[in-house]
Design a protein around this ligand. Structure first.
Ligand SMILES: *Cc1c(COP(=O)(O)O)cnc(C)c1O
Length: 374
Protein backbone atom coordinates (compact mmCIF):
# COMPACT_ATOMS: atom_id res chain seq x y z
CA UNK A 1 0.00 0.00 0.00
CA UNK A 2 1.36 3.45 -0.86
CA UNK A 3 1.72 5.88 2.06
CA UNK A 4 -1.51 7.66 3.04
CA UNK A 5 -1.46 11.43 2.82
CA UNK A 6 -4.04 13.99 3.87
CA UNK A 7 -3.70 15.42 0.34
CA UNK A 8 -1.70 13.66 -2.39
CA UNK A 9 -0.61 16.26 -4.93
CA UNK A 10 2.33 14.25 -6.24
CA UNK A 11 0.32 11.29 -7.57
CA UNK A 12 -2.15 13.70 -9.14
CA UNK A 13 0.66 15.64 -10.84
CA UNK A 14 2.25 12.49 -12.25
CA UNK A 15 -0.92 11.76 -14.24
CA UNK A 16 -0.96 15.20 -15.91
CA UNK A 17 2.77 15.95 -15.84
CA UNK A 18 3.20 16.21 -19.62
CA UNK A 19 0.42 18.73 -20.08
CA UNK A 20 1.37 20.80 -17.04
CA UNK A 21 5.07 20.91 -17.86
CA UNK A 22 4.38 21.93 -21.46
CA UNK A 23 2.01 24.71 -20.41
CA UNK A 24 4.44 26.05 -17.80
CA UNK A 25 7.27 25.92 -20.36
CA UNK A 26 5.19 28.09 -22.71
CA UNK A 27 4.90 30.77 -20.03
CA UNK A 28 8.64 30.73 -19.42
CA UNK A 29 9.34 30.94 -23.16
CA UNK A 30 6.92 33.85 -23.53
CA UNK A 31 8.29 35.67 -20.45
CA UNK A 32 4.73 37.02 -19.89
CA UNK A 33 4.87 36.14 -16.20
CA UNK A 34 2.27 38.57 -14.88
CA UNK A 35 -1.12 38.88 -16.58
CA UNK A 36 -0.58 38.04 -20.25
CA UNK A 37 -2.36 35.49 -22.44
CA UNK A 38 -2.25 32.45 -20.09
CA UNK A 39 -4.06 34.32 -17.35
CA UNK A 40 -6.65 35.57 -19.83
CA UNK A 41 -7.21 32.05 -21.23
CA UNK A 42 -7.75 30.58 -17.80
CA UNK A 43 -10.02 33.45 -16.83
CA UNK A 44 -12.23 32.83 -19.88
CA UNK A 45 -12.34 29.07 -19.28
CA UNK A 46 -13.29 29.57 -15.64
CA UNK A 47 -16.07 31.99 -16.64
CA UNK A 48 -17.44 29.33 -18.99
CA UNK A 49 -17.16 26.59 -16.38
CA UNK A 50 -18.92 28.60 -13.69
CA UNK A 51 -21.47 30.20 -15.98
CA UNK A 52 -20.59 33.65 -14.69
CA UNK A 53 -20.02 36.92 -16.56
CA UNK A 54 -16.76 38.00 -14.93
CA UNK A 55 -13.86 36.21 -13.28
CA UNK A 56 -11.11 38.44 -11.90
CA UNK A 57 -8.04 36.45 -10.90
CA UNK A 58 -6.08 37.61 -7.86
CA UNK A 59 -3.23 36.52 -5.62
CA UNK A 60 -5.01 34.26 -3.10
CA UNK A 61 -8.36 33.51 -1.48
CA UNK A 62 -7.81 35.91 1.41
CA UNK A 63 -7.22 38.76 -1.04
CA UNK A 64 -10.33 37.69 -2.96
CA UNK A 65 -12.39 38.23 0.19
CA UNK A 66 -10.67 41.51 1.01
CA UNK A 67 -11.04 43.09 -2.44
CA UNK A 68 -14.69 42.02 -2.47
CA UNK A 69 -15.42 43.96 0.71
CA UNK A 70 -13.47 46.93 -0.67
CA UNK A 71 -15.43 46.83 -3.96
CA UNK A 72 -18.76 47.12 -2.16
CA UNK A 73 -17.73 50.43 -0.62
CA UNK A 74 -18.29 49.39 2.99
CA UNK A 75 -16.96 51.87 5.54
CA UNK A 76 -15.62 51.62 9.10
CA UNK A 77 -18.26 50.48 11.56
CA UNK A 78 -20.43 48.67 8.99
CA UNK A 79 -21.35 45.19 10.16
CA UNK A 80 -20.68 42.03 8.21
CA UNK A 81 -22.27 38.73 9.24
CA UNK A 82 -20.38 35.47 8.89
CA UNK A 83 -19.80 32.11 10.58
CA UNK A 84 -17.45 31.40 13.51
CA UNK A 85 -16.80 27.91 12.11
CA UNK A 86 -14.46 28.61 9.19
CA UNK A 87 -10.85 29.35 8.37
CA UNK A 88 -9.79 32.68 9.87
CA UNK A 89 -9.35 34.45 6.50
CA UNK A 90 -13.10 35.01 6.15
CA UNK A 91 -13.39 37.04 9.34
CA UNK A 92 -9.84 38.39 9.33
CA UNK A 93 -10.40 40.63 6.31
CA UNK A 94 -13.56 42.07 7.90
CA UNK A 95 -11.54 43.17 10.91
CA UNK A 96 -8.56 44.38 8.87
CA UNK A 97 -10.80 46.77 6.93
CA UNK A 98 -12.18 48.25 10.16
CA UNK A 99 -15.58 46.64 9.64
CA UNK A 100 -17.40 44.91 12.48
CA UNK A 101 -17.54 41.14 12.31
CA UNK A 102 -20.77 39.66 13.60
CA UNK A 103 -20.84 35.91 14.01
CA UNK A 104 -23.94 33.76 13.62
CA UNK A 105 -23.90 30.12 14.75
CA UNK A 106 -23.90 27.15 12.36
CA UNK A 107 -26.10 24.09 11.84
CA UNK A 108 -25.01 20.84 13.42
CA UNK A 109 -25.66 18.72 10.33
CA UNK A 110 -23.93 20.74 7.59
CA UNK A 111 -21.46 22.96 9.54
CA UNK A 112 -22.85 25.91 7.53
CA UNK A 113 -24.37 29.16 8.80
CA UNK A 114 -27.82 28.67 10.37
CA UNK A 115 -30.12 30.82 8.22
CA UNK A 116 -32.89 30.72 10.85
CA UNK A 117 -30.65 32.90 13.07
CA UNK A 118 -29.82 35.52 10.46
CA UNK A 119 -32.71 37.95 10.75
CA UNK A 120 -32.43 38.50 14.48
CA UNK A 121 -28.75 39.42 14.03
CA UNK A 122 -29.37 42.10 11.42
CA UNK A 123 -29.12 45.69 12.69
CA UNK A 124 -29.30 49.05 10.85
CA UNK A 125 -25.48 48.83 10.53
CA UNK A 126 -25.49 45.44 8.82
CA UNK A 127 -24.30 45.77 5.24
CA UNK A 128 -23.24 42.32 4.07
CA UNK A 129 -23.33 38.57 4.70
CA UNK A 130 -20.44 36.23 3.91
CA UNK A 131 -21.79 32.69 3.75
CA UNK A 132 -18.99 30.10 3.70
CA UNK A 133 -19.72 26.90 1.77
CA UNK A 134 -17.75 24.81 4.22
CA UNK A 135 -16.09 21.49 3.35
CA UNK A 136 -17.65 21.53 -0.15
CA UNK A 137 -21.39 22.05 0.06
CA UNK A 138 -23.67 25.03 -0.20
CA UNK A 139 -25.23 27.17 2.48
CA UNK A 140 -28.96 27.69 2.03
CA UNK A 141 -28.52 30.34 -0.66
CA UNK A 142 -32.20 30.63 -1.54
CA UNK A 143 -33.02 31.83 1.98
CA UNK A 144 -29.85 33.92 2.29
CA UNK A 145 -30.64 35.78 -0.96
CA UNK A 146 -34.24 36.39 0.15
CA UNK A 147 -33.09 37.88 3.46
CA UNK A 148 -30.38 39.93 1.73
CA UNK A 149 -32.97 41.37 -0.64
CA UNK A 150 -35.38 42.19 2.19
CA UNK A 151 -32.72 44.12 4.15
CA UNK A 152 -30.67 45.41 1.16
CA UNK A 153 -27.53 43.50 2.13
CA UNK A 154 -24.66 42.44 -0.11
CA UNK A 155 -23.78 38.74 -0.29
CA UNK A 156 -20.17 37.61 -0.75
CA UNK A 157 -19.90 33.84 -1.12
CA UNK A 158 -16.75 32.27 0.32
CA UNK A 159 -16.41 29.45 -2.20
CA UNK A 160 -12.79 28.63 -1.32
CA UNK A 161 -13.72 25.04 -0.34
CA UNK A 162 -16.56 24.42 -2.77
CA UNK A 163 -15.55 25.26 -6.33
CA UNK A 164 -17.58 23.17 -8.76
CA UNK A 165 -20.40 22.45 -6.28
CA UNK A 166 -23.91 23.55 -7.20
CA UNK A 167 -26.91 24.96 -5.40
CA UNK A 168 -30.14 23.13 -6.30
CA UNK A 169 -33.24 25.35 -6.37
CA UNK A 170 -36.67 24.03 -5.41
CA UNK A 171 -37.60 23.84 -9.10
CA UNK A 172 -34.55 21.65 -9.75
CA UNK A 173 -32.41 24.30 -11.46
CA UNK A 174 -28.73 24.13 -10.52
CA UNK A 175 -26.27 27.00 -10.23
CA UNK A 176 -22.56 26.90 -9.45
CA UNK A 177 -21.59 28.23 -6.05
CA UNK A 178 -19.91 31.61 -6.10
CA UNK A 179 -22.20 32.91 -8.86
CA UNK A 180 -25.35 33.43 -6.78
CA UNK A 181 -24.43 36.32 -4.47
CA UNK A 182 -23.11 39.72 -5.55
CA UNK A 183 -19.56 38.36 -5.51
CA UNK A 184 -18.03 34.90 -5.16
CA UNK A 185 -14.50 34.27 -3.89
CA UNK A 186 -12.23 31.31 -4.31
CA UNK A 187 -8.73 30.17 -3.44
CA UNK A 188 -6.38 28.13 -5.62
CA UNK A 189 -4.16 27.14 -2.68
CA UNK A 190 -2.56 23.80 -3.66
CA UNK A 191 -4.76 21.65 -1.41
CA UNK A 192 -8.07 23.17 -2.57
CA UNK A 193 -10.28 21.27 -5.03
CA UNK A 194 -8.87 23.39 -7.87
CA UNK A 195 -5.37 24.11 -6.62
CA UNK A 196 -2.30 25.56 -8.32
CA UNK A 197 1.38 25.09 -7.43
CA UNK A 198 1.65 28.13 -5.20
CA UNK A 199 -0.83 30.80 -4.15
CA UNK A 200 -3.74 31.97 -6.27
CA UNK A 201 -7.34 33.12 -6.05
CA UNK A 202 -10.22 34.70 -7.94
CA UNK A 203 -13.41 36.68 -7.54
CA UNK A 204 -16.53 36.18 -9.66
CA UNK A 205 -19.50 38.42 -10.37
CA UNK A 206 -22.34 38.89 -12.84
CA UNK A 207 -22.42 42.65 -12.15
CA UNK A 208 -20.48 44.75 -14.71
CA UNK A 209 -19.97 47.67 -12.37
CA UNK A 210 -18.69 45.56 -9.48
CA UNK A 211 -16.39 43.72 -11.93
CA UNK A 212 -14.88 46.99 -13.12
CA UNK A 213 -14.31 48.10 -9.54
CA UNK A 214 -12.72 44.76 -8.61
CA UNK A 215 -10.34 44.95 -11.58
CA UNK A 216 -9.25 48.41 -10.49
CA UNK A 217 -8.81 47.47 -6.84
CA UNK A 218 -6.62 44.48 -7.73
CA UNK A 219 -4.40 46.79 -9.79
CA UNK A 220 -3.66 49.81 -7.57
CA UNK A 221 -6.89 51.61 -8.50
CA UNK A 222 -5.54 51.93 -12.03
CA UNK A 223 -7.31 51.54 -15.40
CA UNK A 224 -4.98 53.68 -17.50
CA UNK A 225 -1.31 53.19 -16.76
CA UNK A 226 -0.10 55.46 -13.93
CA UNK A 227 -3.51 57.16 -13.51
CA UNK A 228 -4.88 56.06 -10.14
CA UNK A 229 -8.59 56.60 -9.49
CA UNK A 230 -8.57 55.31 -5.90
CA UNK A 231 -6.40 53.30 -3.54
CA UNK A 232 -6.22 49.64 -4.39
CA UNK A 233 -3.86 46.75 -3.80
CA UNK A 234 -1.50 44.63 -5.86
CA UNK A 235 -3.23 41.28 -6.20
CA UNK A 236 -2.56 39.27 -9.35
CA UNK A 237 -2.42 35.65 -10.43
CA UNK A 238 0.97 34.55 -11.78
CA UNK A 239 0.87 33.28 -15.35
CA UNK A 240 2.69 30.09 -14.28
CA UNK A 241 -0.13 29.39 -11.83
CA UNK A 242 -2.72 30.13 -14.52
CA UNK A 243 -0.95 27.61 -16.76
CA UNK A 244 -1.35 24.93 -14.06
CA UNK A 245 -4.96 25.89 -13.32
CA UNK A 246 -6.02 25.92 -16.96
CA UNK A 247 -4.97 22.26 -17.27
CA UNK A 248 -6.47 21.21 -13.94
CA UNK A 249 -9.78 22.98 -14.66
CA UNK A 250 -10.40 20.44 -17.46
CA UNK A 251 -10.28 17.69 -14.84
CA UNK A 252 -12.14 19.48 -12.05
CA UNK A 253 -15.39 17.58 -12.55
CA UNK A 254 -13.49 14.27 -12.58
CA UNK A 255 -11.57 15.30 -9.47
CA UNK A 256 -14.77 16.24 -7.64
CA UNK A 257 -16.33 12.95 -8.77
CA UNK A 258 -13.34 11.02 -7.36
CA UNK A 259 -13.76 12.80 -4.01
CA UNK A 260 -17.47 11.97 -3.98
CA UNK A 261 -16.74 8.32 -4.69
CA UNK A 262 -14.21 8.23 -1.86
CA UNK A 263 -16.79 9.82 0.46
CA UNK A 264 -19.31 7.12 -0.41
CA UNK A 265 -16.77 4.40 0.36
CA UNK A 266 -16.08 5.99 3.74
CA UNK A 267 -19.83 6.38 4.43
CA UNK A 268 -20.41 2.67 3.85
CA UNK A 269 -17.64 1.72 6.23
CA UNK A 270 -18.88 3.92 9.05
CA UNK A 271 -22.66 3.77 8.66
CA UNK A 272 -23.19 1.21 11.41
CA UNK A 273 -20.77 2.57 13.98
CA UNK A 274 -22.86 4.27 16.71
CA UNK A 275 -19.89 6.41 17.80
CA UNK A 276 -19.35 7.96 14.38
CA UNK A 277 -21.63 10.41 12.55
CA UNK A 278 -20.96 10.60 8.81
CA UNK A 279 -21.39 13.79 6.74
CA UNK A 280 -24.92 14.96 5.95
CA UNK A 281 -25.61 16.25 2.43
CA UNK A 282 -28.27 18.95 2.09
CA UNK A 283 -31.16 18.36 -0.32
CA UNK A 284 -30.37 21.75 -1.93
CA UNK A 285 -26.70 21.17 -2.70
CA UNK A 286 -24.25 18.94 -4.46
CA UNK A 287 -21.12 18.18 -2.40
CA UNK A 288 -17.53 18.29 -3.67
CA UNK A 289 -15.98 16.99 -0.43
CA UNK A 290 -13.12 19.38 0.05
CA UNK A 291 -13.03 17.67 3.44
CA UNK A 292 -14.57 14.42 4.65
CA UNK A 293 -15.45 15.35 8.21
CA UNK A 294 -16.87 12.99 10.83
CA UNK A 295 -18.34 13.77 14.22
CA UNK A 296 -17.40 11.55 17.16
CA UNK A 297 -19.99 10.71 19.80
CA UNK A 298 -18.72 10.13 23.34
CA UNK A 299 -15.18 9.46 22.20
CA UNK A 300 -11.93 10.99 23.46
CA UNK A 301 -10.76 12.54 20.20
CA UNK A 302 -7.15 13.28 21.11
CA UNK A 303 -6.44 9.62 21.95
CA UNK A 304 -7.77 8.50 18.58
CA UNK A 305 -5.68 11.07 16.75
CA UNK A 306 -2.58 9.76 18.55
CA UNK A 307 -3.40 6.17 17.64
CA UNK A 308 -4.08 7.07 14.00
CA UNK A 309 -0.68 8.79 13.90
CA UNK A 310 1.02 5.63 15.11
CA UNK A 311 -0.77 3.71 12.34
CA UNK A 312 0.58 6.25 9.80
CA UNK A 313 -2.84 7.70 9.06
CA UNK A 314 -2.85 11.50 8.93
CA UNK A 315 -6.01 13.17 10.23
CA UNK A 316 -6.84 16.82 10.89
CA UNK A 317 -9.20 18.85 13.02
CA UNK A 318 -10.95 21.58 11.05
CA UNK A 319 -11.40 23.66 13.20
CA UNK A 320 -10.24 23.16 16.80
CA UNK A 321 -11.15 26.67 18.05
CA UNK A 322 -14.13 28.58 16.66
CA UNK A 323 -13.24 32.10 15.57
CA UNK A 324 -15.16 33.91 18.31
CA UNK A 325 -12.85 32.28 20.89
CA UNK A 326 -9.63 33.14 19.03
CA UNK A 327 -7.35 35.60 20.76
CA UNK A 328 -7.17 37.64 17.53
CA UNK A 329 -10.86 38.50 17.99
CA UNK A 330 -10.70 39.41 21.69
CA UNK A 331 -11.87 42.93 20.86
CA UNK A 332 -15.22 41.57 19.68
CA UNK A 333 -15.89 40.51 23.30
CA UNK A 334 -17.46 37.16 22.55
CA UNK A 335 -17.31 34.45 25.21
CA UNK A 336 -17.69 30.71 25.66
CA UNK A 337 -21.32 29.72 25.13
CA UNK A 338 -22.13 32.39 22.55
CA UNK A 339 -22.19 29.91 19.66
CA UNK A 340 -22.88 26.51 21.20
CA UNK A 341 -23.08 24.49 17.98
CA UNK A 342 -19.76 25.79 16.62
CA UNK A 343 -18.17 25.16 20.02
CA UNK A 344 -19.50 21.62 20.24
CA UNK A 345 -18.44 20.84 16.68
CA UNK A 346 -14.93 22.11 17.30
CA UNK A 347 -14.58 19.50 20.04
CA UNK A 348 -15.87 16.45 18.14
CA UNK A 349 -15.01 16.80 14.45
CA UNK A 350 -12.26 14.96 12.66
CA UNK A 351 -11.33 15.10 8.97
CA UNK A 352 -9.95 12.00 7.26
CA UNK A 353 -7.57 11.91 4.28
CA UNK A 354 -9.50 13.16 1.23
CA UNK A 355 -8.08 13.74 -2.23
CA UNK A 356 -8.40 12.62 -5.81
CA UNK A 357 -5.91 9.76 -5.57
CA UNK A 358 -7.20 7.80 -2.56
CA UNK A 359 -7.65 4.12 -3.33
CA UNK A 360 -9.91 1.54 -1.72
CA UNK A 361 -7.01 -0.34 -0.15
CA UNK A 362 -5.96 2.83 1.67
CA UNK A 363 -9.54 3.65 2.65
CA UNK A 364 -10.09 0.11 3.92
CA UNK A 365 -6.99 0.45 6.10
CA UNK A 366 -8.12 3.85 7.40
CA UNK A 367 -11.62 2.52 8.14
CA UNK A 368 -10.50 -0.66 9.89
CA UNK A 369 -8.13 1.25 12.13
CA UNK A 370 -10.66 3.93 13.00
CA UNK A 371 -13.26 1.29 13.95
CA UNK A 372 -10.65 -0.40 16.12
CA UNK A 373 -9.70 2.83 17.93
CA UNK A 374 -13.12 4.36 18.68
C1 LIG B 1 -8.45 28.51 2.06
C2 LIG B 1 -9.55 29.38 2.52
C3 LIG B 1 -9.44 30.77 2.48
C4 LIG B 1 -8.17 31.52 2.14
O1 LIG B 1 -7.56 31.20 0.96
P1 LIG B 1 -5.98 31.50 0.76
O2 LIG B 1 -5.77 31.26 -0.69
O3 LIG B 1 -5.24 30.54 1.63
O4 LIG B 1 -5.74 32.91 1.14
C5 LIG B 1 -10.55 31.51 2.86
N1 LIG B 1 -11.68 30.92 3.28
C6 LIG B 1 -11.81 29.59 3.34
C7 LIG B 1 -13.09 28.99 3.80
C8 LIG B 1 -10.73 28.77 2.98
O5 LIG B 1 -10.86 27.44 3.09
Amino acid sequence: MSPIRMVDLRSQYEKIKKEIDANIAQVIESTAFVNGPKVKEFQTHLEEYLGVKHVIPCANGTDALQVSLMALGLTAGDEVITTPFTFIATAEVIGLLGLKCKFVDVEWDTFNIDVTLLEKNITPSTKAIIPVHLFGQSCNMEVIMQIAKKYSLFVIEDTCQAIGAEFIYRNGRKQRLGTIGDIGCTSFFPSKNLGCYGDGGAVFTNDDEIAKKLQGICNHGMYKQYYHEFLGVNSRLDAIQAAVLDIKLKYLNDYNEARKKASEFYNKMFENNPKIETPVISSFSTHVFHQYTLKFKNVERSQIIDKMKVANIPVMVYYPIPLHLQKAFDDLKYKIGDFPIAEKLSKCVISLPMHTELNEEQQQYIGENLHKFV
